[in-house]
Design a binder for this molecule. Structure first.
Ligand SMILES: [Mg+2]
Length: 295
């Protein structure tokens, strides 16, 4: 572990931020949720109430938590509702629900007016402009839609495979609408139809100029808050990016095994790590937050 990533329970700076933070932005998969996407297990996958008990205590204290995830609107909304939270950021910062009763908004970054046809979603537009086609042509057999997670999406595409991201970006840059490709790390899909690929990555296609960080800044502004009021907790490189919009970034311990996460966190002074992994790490953070607030 790089020397500058302190543990949460050893950092005086973390304690200071926890004592005043008003809101936490949390990733779901690998952070709040454990293996298989369950909240009702411990870090190793055994049935446990550790995480949900921590959630109940945070909710009882009236502390504000907002899910910030790559999952789609339907999943993010249902998970949030189940956990008692009224806002969420979905599809990597492109879909935001600012509060109970408010309509979901799309954040489309650099996309100019007039990109979409009537009643067309940005997701459909990415297909129509050739985002999937140019990748299939450039990398035959090496990339495909991440079935079944590619359904019910409104803006971003989720793909899997193993390709040269810089070369993929060059292909996307030939299209008439600005699209970025993001490598979201190694996954273990139970099935795929890729050819001669043994390390499978998840990739997202997103409108250029969008990010979890910008969505968080937008949500904080709506609440009359600033990054100084916020904590962000996650386990991936895209989660480290959202920590740029928070006074304190927290990596659950399982994140420390990913060199890309460590590289992303390297320049950041305000990132600490939990000792527990996944939901156990989340509960560790929640108890630290409550204790620092004197609850
Ligand atoms: Mg994650």
């Amino acid at each position: 572990m790089p020397h500058h990533i302190e543990y949460l329970d050893e950092s005086p700076y973390a304690a200071e931020v926890l004592s005043r933070a008003k809101i936490t932005l949390t990733d779901l998969d690998g952070t709040l949720l454990g293996l298989g996407g369950s909240a009702l297990i411990d870090a190793k996958g055994a049935p446990a109430l550790t995480t949900v008990q921590a959630i109940v205590e945070v909710n009882r204290a009236g502390l504000d938590v907002v899910v910030c995830t790559g999952r789609n609107r339907i999943q993010s909304g249902e998970v949030s509702r189940l956990l008692g939270w009224s806002s969420f950021i979905a599809e990597l910062g492109c879909v935001v629900k600012y509060g109970r009763g408010e309509a979901v908004e799309y954040l489309l970054g650099d996309w100019p007016e007039g990109v979409l046809l009537p009643d067309e979603t940005p997701y459909q537009a990415i297909t129509r402009y050739g985002g999937l086609r140019v990748l299939a042509e450039a990398f035959p057999g090496k990339i495909e839609e991440h079935d079944p997670w590619h359904t019910d999406r409104e803006i971003t595409h989720v793909l899997r495979g193993h390709i040269d991201c810089a070369a993929a970006q060059d292909r996307l840059d030939t299209l008439d609408v600005p699209i970025a490709i993001i490598d979201n790390g190694i996954i273990n899909p139970p099935k795929h139809t890729l050819v001669d690929v043994d390390e499978v990555h998840a990739y997202h296609l997103v409108p250029k100029g969008t990010s979890k960080e910008l969505a968080i800044r937008s949500l904080l502004e709506r609440r009359g808050l600033t990054p100084e009021d916020a904590i962000a907790i996650g386990d991936s490189a895209t989660d480290v990016e959202m920590m740029n919009a928070a006074a304190l970034g927290i990596l659950v311990n399982n994140a420390l095994g990913d060199p890309r996460v460590l590289a992303a966190a390297e320049p950041l002074e305000h990132v600490v790590a939990t000792r527990g992994e996944r939901g156990d790490g989340w509960a560790e953070f929640a108890h630290a937050w409550l204790a620092a607030r004197g609850i």
